[in-house]
Design a binder for this molecule. Structure first.
Ligand code: AMP
Length: 303
C-alpha cells in the first residue's frame, strides 16, 4: 500500500493505472474510519483493479463555529484498517497541498487567521437548488465545500467509479448532480447506511465518538422516529405534512435533543412532499449536546 500526499504523484499513479487499462475505484473520506466507511471500501475493492481511499479533513465544508479543529484524526489506525482492507493507495494531502496559502488580508483592522484565509479557495463548485434545503439551511457553506473538494479529489485520483454512503443522502444527490451537470466521466455508487447493531440502530458516524453514554442513549430517537414513520407509510399514511409534523413532535418530546429538521421529501429534488405517492425520503438532523447527527431512510411502496 502506498501513502501519497502530493497531488502530482497521485495523478501520475492514476495515469499509469489508466494506461494499463486498470479500473480505479475511489472512496473519499475524512478519516476516523468505521464500518460505514469500510463497507464502501469493501465494495470498491471487489469491483475495481485499483483502490484509492482519500483521507482529508476539508476545512472548506466547516463553518467557523463547527468542529474542524477537533474533528477526530487517527491516521495510524486508519492506515492499519486500509492495509487490512487491501487498499492500494491512501491519498492524504496536507491542507496546504489542497489549498495553497493565500496572502493573509486585514479586515476591519483584524488580520485573518491562516485557517480563515485557506478556507477561502478562490475557485469553487456550486450546485444550486438541491443544496438550499435540509442540511443546506443549517450549514450554508457545507455543500459548496464538499463539491469543491470532491472535484479536486476527482482531478487528483481520476477514478472510474466513486463510492459514497446513503448516510449523507443529500450530499450523495448533490455529488450525483454535479457529476452529471459537469459531464464528469465518473460512475457513482451510493451504498446503504451501516448502523450499530441492536435496536437503537444508531447510524455509524465519526462524530458518534463525541457522544457521552447518556447522549448515545438519546441518539436512539433518530432511528426510532424513522422506523415508526416508515411503518406509518406502510400502513397507508400519505400526507407528507402530517407525517413530518409527527416526526418533529416525536423528536421534540425529548428535551435533550434539539431538532434541526425532520422532513418528508422527494428523493431527487429534495423538496417537501405534500402528497406521498410511491417513494419518499425521510430525513432528520438533530443536535445532542455539542454533536450534530443526521439520519435518513428511503420509503418505497411495496410491489
Ligand atoms: P466522511 O468521512 O464522514 O466524510 O464519510 C465518507 C463517506 O462514508 C461518505 O460517502 C459517507 O456517506 C460514508 N459514510 C459515513 N457513514 C456511513 C455509514 N454509517 N454507512 C455508510 N456509509 C457511510
Amino acid at each position: 500500500m502506498e501513502i501519497i500526499s502530493k497531488i502530482k504523484t497521485m495523478q501520475e499513479i492514476a495515469d499509469s493505472l489508466r494506461r494499463e487499462n486498470k479500473k480505479i475505484g475511489f472512496v473519499p473520506t475524512m478519516g476516523a474510519l468505521h464500518q460505514g466507511h469500510l463497507s464502501l471500501i469493501k465494495a470498491a475493492r471487489e469491483q475495481n483493479d485499483a483502490l484509492v481511499v482519500s483521507i482529508f479533513v476539508n476545512p472548506l465544508q466547516f463553518s467557523p463555529e463547527e468542529d474542524y479543529e477537533s474533528y477526530p484524526q487517527v491516521m495510524e489506525k486508519d492506515t492499519e484498517l486500509c492495509e487490512q482492507m487491501g487498499v492500494d493507495v491512501i491519498f492524504c494531502p496536507e491542507m496546504a497541498e489542497m489549498y495553497p496559502p493565500l496572502p493573509l488580508r486585514e479586515r476591519d483592522g483584524v488580520r485573518e487567521t491562516t485557517v480563515e484565509r485557506q478556507s477561502m479557495c478562490l475557485t469553487t463548485v456550486h450546485v444550486s437548488e438541491i443544496t438550499s434545503g435540509l442540511c443546506g439551511l443549517f450549514r450554508p457553506c457545507f455543500f459548496q465545500g464538499v463539491t469543491t473538494v470532491v472535484t479536486k479529489l476527482f482531478h487528483a485520483v481520476k477514478p472510474h467509479t466513486a463510492y459514497f454512503g446513503q448516510k449523507d443522502y443529500q450530499q450523495a444527490v448533490v455529488i450525483k448532480k454535479m457529476i452529471s451537470d459537469l459531464n464528469m466521466d465518473i460512475e457513482m455508487q451510493i451504498l446503504p447506511i451501516i448502523r450499530e447493531k441492536g435496536e437503537k440502530g444508531l447510524a455509524l458516524s465519526s462524530r458518534n465518538a463525541y457522544l457521552n453514554p447518556e447522549e448515545r442513549i438519546q441518539a436512539g430517537i433518530l432511528f426510532e422516529t424513522l422506523r415508526i414513520a416508515k411503518l406509518m407509510l406502510d400502513n397507508g399514511e400519505r400526507d407528507g405534512v402530517r407525517l413530518s409534523s409527527w416526526m418533529k413532535e416525536n423528536i421534540e418530546a425529548n428535551p435533550l435533543v434539539l431538532l434541526e429538521y425532520a422532513e418528508v421529501c422527494d428523493t431527487e429534488i429534495l423538496k417537501p412532499l405534500f402528497q406521498i405517492e410511491t417513494r419518499a425520503l425521510l430525513a432528520l438532523a438533530v443536535r445532542i449536546g455539542k454533536t450534530r447527527l443526521i439520519d435518513n431512510m428511503i420509503w418505497e411502496q411495496a410491489g
